[in-house]
Design a protein around this ligand. Structure first.
Ligand SMILES: NC(=O)c1ccc[n+]([C@@H]2O[C@H](COP(=O)([O-])OP(=O)(O)OC[C@H]3O[C@@H](n4cnc5c(N)ncnc54)[C@H](O)[C@@H]3O)[C@@H](O)[C@H]2O)c1
Length: 244
């Protein structure tokens, strides 16, 4: 039996792709919204395993594009789960050297894109009186780190966006949570200078970088009825980083 539609943004690679595979294996028909054409390959792979998947080209920073993603999802059935995952990292550097367009891009995709994805998710979930939304914050949304002003501001924004939205919709049967990953082996981290990423990993108490699957496992739990008492949580998946 289908567990309903699960929409995952930014699922062409990394944490999003692992989440799409996991939710498909749990019976969701998955709709992948990504700006990157490799989303088609993830959908093909999921279908080849006998599950249902659709890839839709979507830029989460563009409202019309997000609205279109949810129209495609709705055509397939009831949207039960939305994972607002799409995000980009910022070029590391001090705020006084950050150009305005870089600031806008990081905020527009990481915070604005998450808010738009949640907005259209809620338009489907409110009338049905059910749904689970999971957004992706970061350890950098919970604690400070030098030279990541825009990313940290955006991810802290995601954490409180989730808390506020969870409170707004709790009485309507909709749960809203976030994960806050530490350092996870994806393209996002591989784009950082090696000295920056190795320093970050050395500060992760479990002593290693995480895998996309390890984050997807927690997203899958928060998306599922197993976490029915959990809403407004920002769940660290960080090898102990924020326990320090
Ligand atoms: N990797 C980490 O260590 C780490 C840590 C904390 C948080 N995160 C967050 O996890 C999420 C997933 O990142 P990842 O690590 O898997 O990296 P990734 O680069 O592998 O995946 C990001 C995905 O988002 C997509 N994307 C980027 N801009 C988009 C846009 N405008 N519209 C639609 N899709 C877009 C990319 O095409 C890509 O598929 C992001 O929100 C990221 O900030 C990652």
């Amino acid at each position: 039996m289908s567990a309903g539609i699960a929409v995952i943004t930014g699922a062409a690679t990394g944490i999003g792709a692992a989440t799409a595979r996991l939710l498909a294996s749990r019976g969701h028909r998955v709709v992948i919204g990504d700006i990157d054409g490799r989303a088609e390959g993830v959908a093909d792979e999921i279908r080849s395993e006998g599950h249902q998947a659709l890839a839709v080209r979507c830029d989460v920073s563009d409202e019309d594009s997000v609205a279109g993603l949810f129209v495609s999802a709705r055509d397939l059935g009831s949207v039960q789960v939305v994972v607002a995952n799409a995000g980009i990292a910022e070029t590391k550097g001090p705020l006084h050297e950050l150009d305005g367009s870089a600031w806008n891009r990081v905020l527009d995709i990481n915070l604005g894109g998450t808010a738009l994805s949640m907005k259209y998710a809620l338009r489907h979930m409110v009338p049905q009186g059910a749904g689970s939304i999971v957004a992706i914050s970061s350890i950098l949304g919970l604690v400070g780190q030098a030279n990541s002003a825009a990313y940290s501001a955006a991810k802290a924004g995601v954490a409180n966006l989730v808390r506020s939205t969870a409170l707004t919709y709790a009485a309507q049967g909709i749960r809203v949570n976030a994960v806050a990953p530490g350092y996870v082996d994806t393209e996002l981290i591989r784009r950082l200078p090696p000295e920056v990423s190795s320093q970050m990993i050395s500060r992760q108490p479990l002593g290693r970088v995480g895998t996309p699957q390890e984050v997807a496992n927690v997203i899958g739990f928060l998306a599922s009825p197993e976490s029915s008492l959990v809403t407004g949580a920002v769940w660290a998946v960080d090898g102990g980083y924020t326990a320090q």
